[in-house]
Design a protein around this ligand. Sequence first.
Ligand code: MN
Length: 250
Amino acid sequence: MKPVILVTNDDGIHSEGLESLAAALAAVGEVTVVAPDRERSAVSHALTLHRPLRINRLREGWYAVEGTPTDCVYLATRSLLKGRRPALVASGINKGSNLGDDIHYSGTVSAAFEGTVLGIPSIAVSVIGRGPWHFETAAAFVARLAQRVLDEKLPGDTLLNVNVPNVAPSEITGVAITKMGKRHYGDAVIENVDPRGRKYYWIRGTELDAEDIPGSDCNAVLENKISLTPLHLDLTNVAAMERLAGWKLS
Ligand code: MN
C-alpha cells in the first residue's frame, strides 16, 4: 500500500507552489492536500480556538480550511484522515525563503513542526527570492528527499527545513546540510497617514541582508546550493541551564 502523504502550505490552497509539491509527491505516495483557503503567511504556529472551522472539499483529495497551516495539520490528522495516519507531512512550496530567523514567523515551517509534534516525519520547502518561480527545481528535489525520509525515517522531534534557490535544476551546485543563519531586516515599519488623517503602521518584512556565517542556510543558498536544515522541537539552551543554576535563585 502506498504511504499516505499530507501536503499543506501557508500561501493558500490556490498557490502554484502547493500544486507542484502535491504533483511531485504523488509519485512517492497517496497525497491528500489540506491547506488554508487563503494566504496565511507569517502566522507561525497559530491554532484557531475561538471560532469554528469549516473544511471545503474542492476536488478529490483537495481540502480548503478556513484556518491556519497548523489548523490544517491538526484537523487532517485528527479528523479528515482519521485511521489513515500520514507517513509524511510536507509543507510548501513556499513563495519566498524561510532562512534563519524567518523560521520563527513561518507558517510553512510551523505546519511541519505540527507534524513533528504528532511524531510524523515532516518537511518544509521554500523557494528563495521572488517570482517568476522555478518550482520544478524544488519539486524534483523534494520527491527524492521524501522517498529518503520514508525509507530512513528522521531522528526524534526533528523536521527538515528545505530552501531551494530560484533557478533551473541545471544551475544547482549541490546540497548543503546547514544550520540556521541570521538575517537582518531594513526599515522594518512604514509609518503613514490614512485618508482620514489617522496614523497607520505597516510591517515591511523585506530582508536587507544575511550575516556571513559559514555552514548556515543563508550562505548555502547564496552559492546556489539547496539548503537542508534539521530543526529540533526542543528549543532548550542546555549551556544556559548551567549558567542559570549559578544564579542561586533558591
Ligand atoms: Mn508563505
